[in-house]
Design a binder for this molecule. Structure first.
Ligand code: AMP
Ligand code: ZN
Length: 458
């Protein structure tokens, strides 16, 4: 079945064809590990996970590489400001290596809880300094670099199609207003490949290089590490939409200038997650983490379910009410599935329409609607229903099969039978007491037209 995707490069939806038949090489711009990743960051990583699972559902073998940025990402995202990790280390009076290690572990734990499949490779920038230096040397050899007082820079005017990803022309690109312009740069869009350590201040993370002691610019790590693990060009590069204007054009430019060909064939970007209709920001105190959700009684998978509701290319608005609805919907789904018994054969026709949805530019919300239609389909045998939904969950990643692991203990079955008799005898006080006893054992009993209905307490 054909897979359609929207390439930011060219802004067109077209048929995806991998470079090597049956295989997909995918690079995901990973986290900068100076603080706990926000739920906004996780929109980007759940998107990449869904994309990967979609390919796998189609029988393609995915080699997914995600970088860990532990050096060089400056506070203004371009080439000015402070290194985010060194800055945080100073603030907390800690070691920069310790900071990045701690947040990497935290990130991996959060990923797991969100049902994100571990990438095949998770290279961190500080482990590939030599590769980055070699790439800068290749750029120097090809005449794309120049040196100014604070580092080695890439001359974007030397690449005729620089900025093609965002569609911005060179002179339209203004440097961040918050940061003082670097007057020595030849063009506003030029960016640092290697930054020199300041003489007056010793950095915790710095290395020798042919140009002097310093550290790599943020963009070079992605060009170097993706090439190392995937070769260039590879199939797909992903990231949040903020990368369309600076980080990704720069990654692209480096590889094009050094190697004479593209870094990746497809560039896919997720739109941002907003909070209460606005931007997430530290000053508003709304850069929530997975722990903030858990503190309010939500599970990470409630948040994953919430994310499934919006197309990756449209902005999504996070509110606590929306998360509450996702939480309720997911619990209802689990309850429905739990009451269906055990899985039987898959319904191929339903699964085909599901497959069509996910292959249509990753229409996960459309696929979720098919899941609900399947669950509510009165004509379908419950075993088939269950098996088909479990198959879909290979993409959704909600651990729906886990719901079946809850078995009704004999004690609860006995209490349920006693309660049935109590109700028959119109002993409502007795029936209520039994309901409480059942609740203490972790189950909720409801009275329906078909008699008592039991569900696990969630
Ligand atoms: P960073 O840790 O800043 O390097 O960002 C990690 C990923 O999260 C990048 O792909 C960003 O584009 C993405 N990202 C950051 N904020 C948001 C947001 N609010 N919504 C969606 N993606 C985001
Ligand atoms: Zn990157």
């Amino acid at each position: 079945m054909k897979i359609m995707l929207t390439n930011t490069l060219g802004r067109k939806k077209s048929i995806f064809k991998p470079i090597n038949k049956g295989k997909v090489g995918m690079y995901v711009c990973g986290p900068t590990v100076y603080q706990r990743a926000s739920i906004g960051n996780f929109r980007a990583f759940v998107f990449a996970d869904l994309l990967r699972r979609m390919f796998e559902f189609n029988g393609l073998e995915v080699n997914e590489v995600m970088n860990i940025t532990d050096v060089g990402h400056l506070t203004d995202d371009a080439s000015e400001g402070e290194d985010k990790i060194e800055k945080q280390a100073k603030k907390e009076n800690k070691d920069a290596w310790e900071i990045s290690k701690m947040h990497t572990h935290q990130f991996l734990d959060d990923m797991k809880e969100l049902g994100i499949e571990p990438p095949s490779e998770l290279p961190k920038a500080t482990d590939y300094i030599l590769e980055q230096i070699a790439l800068i040397a290749a750029l120097e050899e090809n005449g794309f670099t120049y040196q100014i007082s604070d580092g080695i820079y890439f001359d974007t005017s030397k690449l005729s199609d620089y900025g093609k990803l965002s569609g911005q022309k060179l002179d339209e690109k203004e440097e961040g207003a918050r940061v003082e312009k670097n007057k020595e740069k030849k063009n506003a869009s030029d960016f640092a490949l290697w930054k020199f350590s300041k003489t007056e201040e010793k950095r915790q993370m710095e290395w020798q290089s042919p140009w002097g002691i310093g550290f790599p610019g943020w963009h070079i790590e992605c060009s170097a590490m993706s090439e190392k693990y995937l070769g260039t060009p590879f199939d797909i590069h992903t990231g949040g939409e903020d990368h369309i204007t600076v980080h990704h054009p720069n990654e692209m430019a480096q590889t094009q200038a050094a190697r004479g060909h593209e870094l990746a064939n497809w560039w896919l970007h997720n739109a941002f997650l907003m909070v209460d209709g606005g931007k997430m920001s530290k000053s508003l105190g709304n850069t929530y983490s997975i722990d903030d959700l858990k503190e309010k009684g939500f599970s990470p998978l409630d948040f994953r379910y919430f994310l499934l509701g919006a197309h990756y290319r449209t902005k999504q608005n996070f509110t606590w009410e929306a998360l509450e609805s996702a939480h309720n919907a997911l619990n209802n789904l689990k309850d429905e599935l739990w009451s269906l018994g055990s899985p039987a054969k898959i319904d191929k026709k339903i699964l085909k329409s599901f497959n069509e949805r996910i292959n249509d530019d990753l229409d996960i919300a459309g696929a979720l609607a098919i899941l609900w239609e399947t669950v509510r389909n009165q004509e379908l045998d419950s075993g088939i229903k269950l098996a088909t939904v479990f198959e879909m969950d290979k993409v959704f990643g909600l651990d729906l099969a886990g719901t079946l692991s809850i078995v009704i203990p004999d004690e609860v079955e006995n209490l349920l039978e006693l309660r049935r008799k109590a109700r028959e005898e119109k002993d409502y006080a007795g029936s209520d007491a039994l309901r409480d006893q059942i609740a203490e054992l972790g189950f909720v009993v409801k009275d329906t037209g078909d008699g008592q209905k039991l569900t696990p307490k969630r």
